[in-house]
Design a protein around this ligand. Structure first.
Ligand code: UDP
Length: 358
């Protein structure tokens, strides 16, 4: 298969601004290549693919980023800036796709989904978020009526946000396991990893660590500086150990030294890459039972699921983290979320999409 992948129009690959899509794209590319497919990627200027993806061709495009939908009102209209990066990436993608079998869009935005109605070549969409925009949900509904196979979701809970989709295609997610080393260090600090933005609920994790008299180690791109400083001010000085945004290689080395990861989403988390990355290093996860995390974590085996927003409940589970066998965490990822397993699911789905166009 010749596949043209369109990246997110928010931040270049490697910037952290694109959130989990950046890593998902990279592991999908390596999974597809190892299955023998040809992959070309269209992404913003300055993007870099993971070094293991040298066999994928990267095309970069310059332009203005889109505004992330989770930081707009649900009823906001679509806005496309002058010199739009998204439009530029789509133009480039369409040009390359003349010689390809399928376009695979990974940007959660209106324009690529709308194009589905007007294109002769197959275009498939990995929807990376729950319903964050009325105009996009309505458009997905309209396109779905004509092309019921063209959408895939990371988790059932995420797909529930689109109730008009009767039998959603669920592809989970995949991780290049060679990039994560198992560590058996169950006495380390508590960790939190993610974009620093309100939908990620960092404040609840700081509360839990602070109640235990511990510093919380926080890794991630600070997307919302005001939000970050508000949290910092509402806890005693030094409650947060800001570790910055690291590459996967550096992140996994540090994360693997921790005894647990706290995951505190305030939105319907589509998947939760950081959970699986922690598990891959042998780090159990305590997470709110909301969205993707509730399908990933096996309560009592790879971590604990906690009533959403119940910080005290989270605290009580953190206190029994040592009951989780770290090896079990790694095993779950190997059996369920490797890059190859993920790529196979995506290929099966793309075959279905392509069949519709024959
Ligand atoms: N991440 C990273 N370095 C860091 C912190 C986070 O590369 O220091 C990446 C992490 O690997 C994950 C992404 O940021 O792929 C966050 O994705 P997730 O699915 O957890 O949430 P999203 O940001 O997509 O809502």
């Amino acid at each position: 298969m010749r596949i043209v992948l369109i990246s997110t129009p928010i931040g270049f690959l490697g910037s952290g601004k694109g959130g989990g899509v950046e890593l998902t794209l990279n592991s999908l590319v390596s999974g597809l290549i190892s299955l023998g497919h040809f992959v070309e990627v269209v992404a913003p200027k300055n993007s870099r693919l993971h070094e293991s993806n040298v066999n994928a061709k990267l095309h970069v495009v310059e332009g203005e980023d889109q505004i992330s939908w989770q930081h707009q009102n649900y009823n906001s209209p679509v806005s496309i800036p002058d010199n739009s990066l998204l439009a530029g990436m789509l133009e480039k993608g369409l040009d390359i796709a003349k010689h390809a079998d399928v376009l695979l869009n990974m940007s959660y935005d209106w324009l690529p989904i709308w194009m589905t109605l007007n294109l002769d070549i197959p275009i498939a969409h990995i929807i990376s978020m729950g319903s964050e925009s009325l105009v996009i949900s309505n458009l997905i509904s309209k396109v779905y009526a004509k092309y019921p196979n063209n959408f895939a979701f990371h988790s059932k809970m995420q797909a529930n946000d689109y109730p008009f989709i009767k039998k959603p295609t669920i592809i989970g997610n995949g991780f290049n396991l060679d990039n994560y080393i198992f560590q058996d260090s169950d006495k380390g600090p508590l960790a939190w990893v993610g974009r620093i933005a309100p939908e990620k609920g960092l404040e609840d994790a700081v509360y839990v660590a602070n109640q235990l008299g511990e510093k919380l180690k926080v890794w991630g791109f600070i997307e919302d500086k005001m939000y970050a400083s508000k949290i910092e001010k509402s806890f005693p000085q030094g409650a947060i150990d800001w570790m910055g945004f690291l590459s996967t290689d550096e992140l996994q080395k540090e994360l693997g030294k921790c005894r647990g990861l706290l995951n505190t989403p305030k939105w319907n988390e589509a998947y939760g890459n950081v959970i699986v990355e922690a598990l891959a290093c042998g780090v159990p996860v305590v997470a709110y039972k909301r969205g993707g995390p509730s399908e990933i974590i096996k309560h009592g085996q790879t971590g604990y699921l906690v009533d959403p927003d119940d910080k005290k409940n989270m605290l009580s589970y953190v206190e029994i983290l040592e009951k989780i066998k770290r090896q079990k965490c790694r095993e779950w990822v190997e059996k369920n979320a490797s890059a190859d397993i993920f790529a196979n699911k995506v290929v099966n789905w793309l075959n279905k999409v392509m069949h519709e166009y024959k």
